[in-house]
Design a protein. Structure first.
Length: 75
């Protein structure tokens, strides 16, 4: 049951607020093709979610250290 609840929460979060795309699709596609691999149609959205999550954590860490500047070590 917990698995279903997680999926439902994820879907609701995605529908609730459309998030701006932070990754450049053509660059990601080019990188993957350069490695002689293929890309799924859903990869960009998932990668964007990972980037946003990493940035949110880095922002929280910077703020916890009483800084307004996010630094590489916050990642």
């Amino acid at each position: 049951m917990a698995k279903k609840a997680k999926k439902a929460a994820k879907k609701a979060a995605k529908k609730a607020a459309p998030v701006e795309m932070l990754v450049v699709g053509s660059k990601v596609r080019g990188y993957i093709r350069g490695k002689e691999a293929m890309m799924s149609g859903e990869l960009l959205a998932a990668l964007n979610d990972v980037v946003i999550c990493a940035l949110d954590k880095a922002i929280c860490r910077a703020q916890a250290n009483k800084r307004a500047t996010v630094k590489p070590q916050d990642l």
